[in-house]
Design a protein around this ligand. Sequence first.
Ligand code: FNR
Length: 381
Amino acid sequence: MTTITTIEDLRVLAKKRVPRMFYDYADAGSWTESTYRANEEDFGKIKFRQRVAVNLENRSLRTTMIGQEVAMPVALAPTGLTGMQHPDGEILAARAAEKFGVPFTLSTMSICSIEDVAANTSKPFWFQLYVMKDRPFIERLIERARAAKCSALVLTLDLQVLGQRHKDIRNGMTAPPKMTLANIVNLMTKPAWCMGMLGTKRRGFGNIIGHASAVSDMSSLSSWTSQQFDPAMSWDDVAWVKQRWGGKLIIKGIMDVLDAKLAAASGADALIVSNHGGRQLDGAQSSIGALPAIVDAVGGQIEVHMDGGIRSGQDVIRALALGAKGVYIGRPFLYGLGAGGEKGVTKCLEIIRNELDLTMAFCGLRDVNRVDKNILLPGTF
Ligand code: FNR
């Protein structure tokens, strides 16, 4: 890990270590992947104003997200199948986040269950929920998250229908995965990953198998999942979830000012400007492109967070400057996990923290809470 200095280094190492079907699952966007690319590219267009000869001693990245203290305003995004990037992946990522002092968000579609993660960590984590047709299952998930002392619910609204990812189709990336000859040959080139998987009991979808009425094994999971995302979901369902949960609520997947206003009106504590990392509507604008108008419209009423395309601490500070109270990273921590388990996730967070801290200093600031548009070059955002 000592020669790793960028998120890109982690990505290259993860690609070597993780079986292709799971690496591609993380690294893909939908259809032409134009939104996936735009998420990253649009960050690069935003330029900083360098300042000099200001006191840069005693810098601080500490702040809050939804009122909870964070060591820096960067949370780990919910990502399905995290436990396939590395055995026990959700537990390892949650531990790294906990030690670092940033929130970890467990996906509904995780390999390790809510209970597995709770039993192996000591601080509350956040739980991400999809609205599925099986409402009793949703109620049980909410109860399980409450019992595990999760300190926020992240309700994802942008997956009523599923964006197509060509790589997943080509790789047979279904539940259960198709064991094609190409996949088996590829697995044989990743012995450390295979040994790790043999050594863990956590290989199924821990939040679903055995908990949803019709799902007892991996093969029943596939038909159940494909029917479960609810094309009829509405803001009434958001109100229903909010009322059942009763705790901190974050609404994820907002890209439009009209939806942002509805999210603010729903009484949620925060919304996440997100296009699901370019995995849903290809051709949508980048998240960082959508952020300023949403902050203008609802920033005074609700905390605005964002994710999508953050690959450095510089991107984090660009999003903060444009009004985000906090951001989430998805693929960067998955690359860290695939590259080196818990140490890899810690490395990812360290890289981002160092870049964030130094960029803030170059812009002449000492406190992350003071970051605003003044650090950006007019005409570049
Ligand atoms: C995701 N994302 C996601 N979001 C969610 O709400 N529930 C989920 O289960 C998943 N699963 C998932 C799997 C994988 C492999 C990826 C890459 C992403 C979206 C995720 O929370 C986040 O919005 C994006 O990952 C942010 O973009 P970056 O940081 O990956 O560019």
